[in-house]
Design a protein around this ligand. Structure first.
Ligand SMILES: [Ca+2]
Length: 455
């Protein structure tokens, strides 16, 4: 561990990190406890440049690990992402933490993303992506962005539900976000022959008519112990007419908003099994370290896939129907605005916690205090501005597809604000800067770092 004292105006930290060439992966500010934490990834040269630039600041620290981090003993992630924040609790009062519970990481679980491809180079997933199959010649990587956004929700280190899952891409959808039922069937047939367990399969796509071949393949995959999640569709209609969501054994997922209402575009009804966040979801983009913000039941389904992967972390030999039932049974009942859900819909919202939820004090205790002044009390200047969102966003507004083609189910963005800044503070947290405490999915030439301090 390296420790460097720093002194720069709080508001310049994010820019300073980016000027050094390092990749800023998150920024969190907890003004009522005087704590700010920026997480970044940098190579050695970038870290040296950052260290030099911050060389004269007391009360702030850079903590870096020169090796790929081992899985932390305990997982509680400070986050400004509302979608992650909300699924580890039973109300919509966000607390700035996503904590699926100790040991629940998705490590060892294979998550298959049948979509437009996955960006294998994004630092959020680098080293954990396998580009298994494509229906598009030599085009393996994501040429659309939809698949990367979806994959990041399942398993991104920053953006994801199951942060250590192994991701597999099956590119059945083209650059325009649509594909043929034949290509979907081919992808599923490939999966049936090459499935590695434990496994989840996410299908953020819909088609309008029953297809016996695809249904048979899905059933076979479920028997083979793959847990399958699918988007309920984005046409604000009864999901019982939406395939493959309606296929028996497939977890059919509807989309909700930050205020616990059905997203206006989300399909609904008795064929929906569970609800999950699906509006203004920030995740990784198709190129480099870019990010995208997308809305749709396409974004809701991978949250459920991630929670299933968390369950499989601890229950790797469970049958797929057992996992699906566990996920639905674990959901928070009657949390959502019932009037918004649509006729026949269950009122069950995804809950990601399979073990004890920690107290805020327990979370604070896991932070490694470094380079502080006034340990246990700290100093707080108060009134510092919070760091803005760590992402460059682009909202995708692709509508659902119909008829005989399959298509991604990212729908139009709703007019609901994001929570990428001003996250609720960690109540009762000690005034101590945090340390690096996440698993880094980058190569060995990279360092994980956290710039933190009292503000
Ligand atoms: Ca939370």
């Amino acid at each position: 561990m390296l420790l460097v004292e720093t002194l720069l105006p709080v508001t310049s930290f994010a820019a300073q990190i980016q000027r050094s060439g390092a990749v800023l992966v998150s920024a969190n500010h907890y003004p009522n406890v005087g704590l700010a934490l920026w997480q970044f990834e940098a190579n050695k040269a970038q870290l040296a440049a950052l260290r030099a630039a911050l060389a004269s600041a007391p009360g702030l620290s850079i903590v870096a690990s020169s090796t790929r981090a081992a899985e932390p003993a305990y997982h509680a992630y400070a986050t400004t992402l509302w979608n992650l924040d909300t699924i580890d609790q039973t109300t919509d009062a966000l607390n700035g933490i996503y904590d699926p519970g100790a040991g629940y990481t998705g490590a060892g679980v294979h998550a298959y993303i049948v979509d437009t491809g996955i960006n294998p180079d994004h630092p959020d997933v680098a080293g954990r992506v396998h580009l298994d199959w494509t229906a598009y010649g030599t085009q393996l990587a994501d040429d659309n962005g939809h698949g990367s956004n979806v994959a990041g929700i399942v398993g991104g280190t920053t953006y994801g539900v199951a942060k250590l899952v192994t991701l597999h891409s099956l590119k059945a959808l083209g650059a325009d976000g649509s594909g043929t039922l034949g290509d979907l069937a081919a992808a599923l047939a490939y999966l049936l022959a090459h499935l590695q367990l434990p496994a989840v399969i996410n299908l953020s796509l819909t088609y309008a008519n029953y297809d016996p071949v695809i249904d048979a393949l899905l059933t076979s995959l479920i028997i083979a112990r793959a847990v399958i999640t699918a988007a309920s569709g984005n046409i604000a209609a009864n999901a019982c007419a939406t395939y493959p969501c309606v296929t028996a054994g497939v977890l059919c997922v509807g989309a909700t908003t930050i205020v616990d209402q059905r997203a206006f575009f989300s399909n609904y009804g008795s064929c929906v099994d569970i609800w999950a966040p699906g509006v203004d979801i920030v995740s990784m983009g198709a190129t480099g370290a870019s990010t995208t913000t997308m809305s749709g039941t396409s974004q809701a389904a991978p949250h459920v896939a991630g929670v299933a992967a968390l369950y499989l972390t601890a229950n790797p030999t469970a049958a797929a129907p057992t996992v699906a039932r566990a996920v639905v049974n674990r959901a928070t009942p009657n949390r959502l605005d019932a009037a918004s859900l649509g006729a026949g819909s269950p009122n069950d919202f995804l809950y990601a916690v399979w073990s004890t939820v920690p107290t805020a004090a327990a979370f604070a205790a896991t932070l490694a205090g470094v380079g502080t002044t006034g340990a246990g009390g700290g100093t707080s200047s108060g009134g510092s501005s919070s760091v803005g969102a760590t992402t460059t966003t682009a909202t995708t507004t692709t509508a659902a597809t119909t008829s005989t083609t399959t298509g991604r189910t990212t729908g139009p963005a709703a007019a609901v604000g994001t929570t990428t800044s001003g996250a609720a503070p960690v109540a009762g947290a000690a005034r101590r800067p945090g340390g690096a405490r996440w698993a880094l999915a980058a190569g060995t030439a990279w360092l994980a770092g956290a710039l933190c301090g009292l503000v």
